[in-house]
Design a protein around this ligand. Structure first.
Ligand SMILES: Nc1ncnc2c1ncn2[C@@H]1O[C@H](COP(=O)(O)OP(=O)(O)OP(=O)(O)O)[C@@H](O)[C@H]1O
Length: 342
């Protein structure tokens, strides 16, 4: 499998009145061609900052790049100028956001917004871009695209706007699509339709997807690999079935415990007690230490190294150390039922 993106030891901070917020602290992962990689974690874990860093969309200042690299097709994106990034954004790497209303331009027709990138990156004429916009609206399942292409965002429903955002993002056949909580603002039925659409489109276009979500439920049927983030760090990573059926990190257990499961409809969901660490003064050791029911003395002051659970799964937890007590995965985190495809 060909690597498309390789993030190495990425660290990004924000200078605030309360001190330096270390939003992303030494994150490394890779994205292969045609795959869907999910980045999962609670609010504040650093998912969006990671995603925005890939597009160089972090406002600087207050943001600052502290270290690491983002290799895309052999070039480090962290060294690129704004002008160089403008040639990459939309053309090579595209992004869709949680709330299309704030990312769509309310004063421009949907057709012109889709056409903009085509004219800029692919030198299409206005007429060609208009026709391609109609095709793209059809591709993302918008009925009556000839009429819709002339309309404005406020004339679209929430689900339709997200479809239009996807059309804009895919217009120039990017190699990577970053979807940051693409369905969070939508109701459950529409969420499922949008996720189905993204899967269908990926089959047709072969675009690799980075799916950012706080909801492991969304991941099960959408992703092939998962990165679990907490407190600005990756705590566990693996193939989707490894993360669901053989998770090793207590934070992953917590996320699985707070996910509704088909077979236990009546079971109470366990939310993870406590709150995430203050990233302006992050813990010296494991970021999860203050909420982890299994925390040991060593966890307070020493960040665990990554342990290989398999060739494809890694976890950063002291429980994997041979000196640690043997802990069974809690019942609440056991996922049964339907096989996950991935
Ligand atoms: N512009 C900013 N100024 C200061 N701090 C910021 C800024 N943007 C993000 N942060 C901080 O960086 C940390 C990581 O935020 P990030 O948005 O990446 O989290 P997230 O996991 O994507 O959560 P959410 O789902 O809520 O977006 C948080 O502590 C957040 O407060």
């Amino acid at each position: 499998m060909k690597k498309l993106l390789e993030v190495n030891d990425l660290s990004v901070s924000f200078d605030t009145y309360g001190g330096e917020v270390q939003a992303v602290r030494g994150v490394s992962f890779e994205l292969n061609e045609k795959e869907t990689l999910a980045i999962v974690g609670e609010s504040g874990s650093g998912k969006s900052v990671t995603a925005q860093s890939l597009m160089q969309l972090i406002p600087m200042p207050p943001g600052k790049f502290v270290g690491g690299s983002i290799m895309f097709e052999g070039e480090d994106l962290t060294g690129k100028s704004e002008k160089q990034m403008q040639r990459i954004r939309g053309k090579e790497i595209s992004m869709i956001f949680q709330d299309p209303m704030t990312s769509l331009n309310p004063t421009m027709t949907i057709g012109n917004q889709i056409g903009e990138g085509l004219i800029k990156h692919q030198n299409l004429s206005k007429k060609e871009a208009h026709n391609r916009a109609i095709e793209l609206l059809e591709l993302v399942g918008i009925p009556n695209p000839e009429a819709r292409v002339k309309q404005y965002p406020h004339q679209f429903s929430g689900g339709m706007r997200q479809r239009a955002m996807i059309a804009i993002a895919l217009a120039c056949n990017p190699k990577v699509l970053i979807a940051d909580e693409p369905t969070t603002a939508l109701d459950v039925t529409i969420q499922a339709q949008i996720m189905d659409l993204m899967r269908d489109l990926q089959d047709k276009t072969n675009t690799a997807i980075i799916l950012i979500t706080h909801d492991l439920g969304v991941v099960a049927n959408a992703a092939s690999r998962v990165v679990v983030m907490y407190g600005g760090k990756i705590v566990e990573t693996g193939k989707v079935d490894e993360i669901f059926y053989n998770p090793k990190h207590p934070y992953t257990w917590g996320l699985l415990g707070s996910m509704p499961k088909i077979e236990n409809k009546d079971e109470e969901l366990q939310s993870i007690p406590g709150s995430p660490p203050d990233l302006s003064d992050p813990p010296k050791g494991c970021p999860f230490v203050s909420r982890c029911p299994y925390a040991m003395e060593v966890c307070k002051n020493h960040m665990p190294e990554y342990t290989d659970v398999s060739n494809t799964q890694k976890t950063a937890c002291w429980l994997t150390d041979e000196r640690a007590p043997k802990v069974e995965i809690p019942k609440s985190a056991v996922v049964g039922g339907a096989k996950i495809h991935g």
